[in-house]
Each structure stands twice: as structure tokens, then as C-alpha cells.
Design a protein. Sequence first.
Length: 414
Amino acid sequence: MKPVEVIGIDVSYGAKKVLEAISLHAEKGEILGIIGPNGAGKTTLINAMSRIVTPENGEVYLNARNLDSFSFREMAQQVAVVPQGISISFDYTVRDIVMMGRHPYIGRLSSATSHDLEVCDRAMRLANVTHLAGSSVNEISGGERQRVLIARALAQEPKILLLDEATSNLDISHRIEILNIIRNLTDEITVISVFHDLNLAAYYCDRLIMLKEKKVFAIGEPGDVLTRETINAVYGIDVLVRTHPLTGKPYILPVYGSTTKHHQGQNVHVICGGGTGSNLLYVLHREGFEVSAGVLNLLDTDYATATALGIPCITEAPFAAISPGAREDLERCIDAACAVVVTAMPIGRGNIENIRILENYREKPIILFCDDGNQAFQDYAGGEAEAIIRRLLDRGAVTAERIEEVLQVLKRAA
């Protein structure tokens, strides 16, 4: 039995259709994220699931029961909604606000029981606002107020928690704090949340539903939904989608501005690896250079970046040494390039041919790039890599610690 199931709903405001043929479901204990550009219908979808608006067509089910069959009290016991923010005119204390979440369980002429007080205290502990219990809700910070609204929602003891951009107006530390609180609740409740920040959605959500122009454009796990193609189609921007090295989740890097044509026809070959070349590849691509890269391992982070940018890349099988065929391809790329940039990558026996070949190019401009003064070339080849780098410097290779310096050298080499 699915906690939430939406089947083919249409919603209009007057003559304007806002949602069309929307179908989705939420699994028990998951966080389902709703994403999409402004005007796609995200808030309206939350409102339809909380019965704030009524669909023209289609149906919404909570635990296999039609939404229309719930009384207001039953509804409040099943579903809690946390808005983006609310204005509270009266000078209630934090405890007063949280206790409002118990109204669906307290009779009109009844008082709060010891159980209601226990639930309220637990909700405040979970939302980390116990220390604010006696404070006026109008005298605490925005992040604290948002945690109070979450505590009020938890005091309802809902089966389903709906969040309408509940962290959008908060700074990043408060966003993460609140989303961590919510994620720790999924043993008890199902969460459906609207997100603007795609990276937070990718990290915290089990699945995503992407809306575009009133309809579902994509639905699935974050890695399946957040692709360069779908983001471009829905948001109209170019991005790089990479895998976060610590979380394993996708994360998105916007490609700011458009590719220039300033350096069209100026070939640059980048020898990199281990993620040391990703930023440089992006900038060179943006600046309009004709870039090639490699030799790179197929599992390398820099290979993923080059592929995402459409940069031609010489590749080798994972953990394999550079083969004669790959070396020939490398030689062709270097021959065609006006300059070669080598990033401060780890160098071992398997990839040392990447720099050994450069000793044959005495007249070719070579830039040794150590980004922002990070650790220099890491020699895992018994000192041979360090000796080659030293000889390249003796023969006129130049060093750069910032990408701007690399660009200056390339302009002189044009």
C-alpha cells in the first residue's frame, strides 16, 4: 500500500490550467523531491495533495483511501504541511505554536493531556527547538522559526509530511540542518518536498519528479533525472553533472555564460588525471579553445568532465598502462596543438608516458599547471617523473598556479 498515490490529476485556476495529467506515487519512508522551474506547478501539486486545491480530474489517495473521504480532523492526523514561511501576527511562544499541532487530537472543549504534552516535547527535541520553548516566535531567527514549523508539523504525528520549499529562504547551514532533521524522520513518515536547489535535492531525495509546463517531464532516482539533457530541456541552461567524490550522488555545475569564439582554431592538449584538470578543461572549453585531453583512464574524473563537455579524449582501460595505440593518438594530438598543458596529477608507471613523450617536443610550448599552489606533481614512478619534469623546466617549460596564468601563456603562444 502506497502512502500517496496521485492518478491523472488536472488543476486549473480559472481558465488557466496549472497541472495536466499528473501521476505519481510515494513509497513508505522515502523522500520524494519535486523539482522544476518557476511556474511549473510544484506548489500547486503540494496543494492538491493536501486538499488546499481540488483537482478537476483525477484522484489522490492516501494509504489507498480517496482524499475526498477524509474529514478535516482525519486529514490533519494523516498529513502535515510545512510552508516556505508564514507571518505570525500574535506573540505566541514557541511551545504555543508547536502545541497547535495537537489540535486534531484535542476536543473542542478539552484540554491538552499529558500525552499531548509528551508529543509536543518530543517534536521540539526532534526539531532542536526545546531551548526556545518559552521564547516569542517573533523574536527568533528565520531558521529557528522554520524549525518551529517543522516541530508543529511533527506534533500532528502525521504519516505524510509535505514541504513547500520549506528551506528556500534560509542560509545553507540552516537548510542542511533542517533537511538532516527531516531525513532522520523517514523511519516514521513519508516526505514529499519541493526543491529549488538541485544539489540538495540530489543528495537528500530517494526519487525526484521533474515538472515542466504543467506536466511530468521525468521521474526516477536523482542520477536518472538530473542529467545534462533533462536539465537543459527543462531549465534552459547548460550544466555539468558529476558524481560527488564523497557522497556518490550527482551534483550540478552550471556552465555560466556561453562558449566564446575568441580562440577558435587554437588547439590545446591537456594532460591531466585524478580530477586535477576538470576546472581547466571547463575554462578552456568556455573560452573557445579547441581542446583535447588524455591519455586518461576510463574511470577518471577528468575523463567524465571531458566527456560531459564534448572534449575529444584519448582513453585507456581502467588500471592499464598506456598502450602503443594510445601513445600514437597522444602524439597526433600534441602535434596538432599549439601548446600542451600538464596538470599536477599523480604520475606512476602506468601513465608516465604522458609526460615522457613531451621530451621529444623541444619547441612546443609546455605549461606545468599546479592549481592555486596545491601539491606539486606526485611521483609514484621511483623518481623518474620528477626527473622528467625537471628536464622539461630546464628546456623552457613554464609553470602556472592559476588558470588566468595558463590563459595568458596560451595567448602568447597563439
